[in-house]
Design a protein around this ligand. Structure first.
Ligand SMILES: [Fe+2]
Length: 137
């Protein structure tokens, strides 16, 4: 039986010092953990589909939030950052479609991949953005 070992706990090492972004990230991690909990509890496909939809909707909203901030304050890394967001949305949407079509199962591998992506993106790409925003907002 799979266990929720990939649960990502919020701690200050993830904080980037821009409160509205840190708040979003806290919520995003919460939704990712909700997915992990539902998978390990062997919830039905329909329930997993709802949790996944919530996670992806919130992720898309959060990416637009960051992109608005980067544009407003004319951050030079905007285009490259936005591309990382678009790549993740494209991959996650492709997975979602396969899952809804019954071609792919939802496993903790999915949570693991998302967790690794989030950690890498937050600690590198978002950190650069946040350092700029903290000085210019
Ligand atoms: Fe980002």
């Amino acid at each position: 039986m799979e266990e929720a070992t990939d649960i990502l706990y919020w701690d200050d090492s993830l904080a980037l010092g821009v409160a509205e972004i840190d708040d979003d990230h806290r919520k995003l991690i919460g939704l990712l953990n909700e997915l992990a909990i539902n998978i390990t509890a062997h919830q039905a496909r329909e329930a997993l589909a709802v949790v996944l939809e919530n996670l992806l909707n919130y992720t898309a909203w959060h990416f637009r939030h960051e992109e608005r901030l980067m544009q407003t304050y004319r951050f030079s890394g905007y285009v490259a950052h936005k591309r990382e967001h678009a790549d993740l949305i494209r991959e996650a949407s492709a997975f979602q479609k396969k899952f809804l079509d019954g071609e792919q199962d939802m496993t903790m591998d999915v949570v693991h991949l998302l967790k690794e992506w989030v950690l890498h993106h937050v600690m590198q790409t978002d950190r650069q953005m946040a350092e700029f925003l903290a000085e210019h907002m």
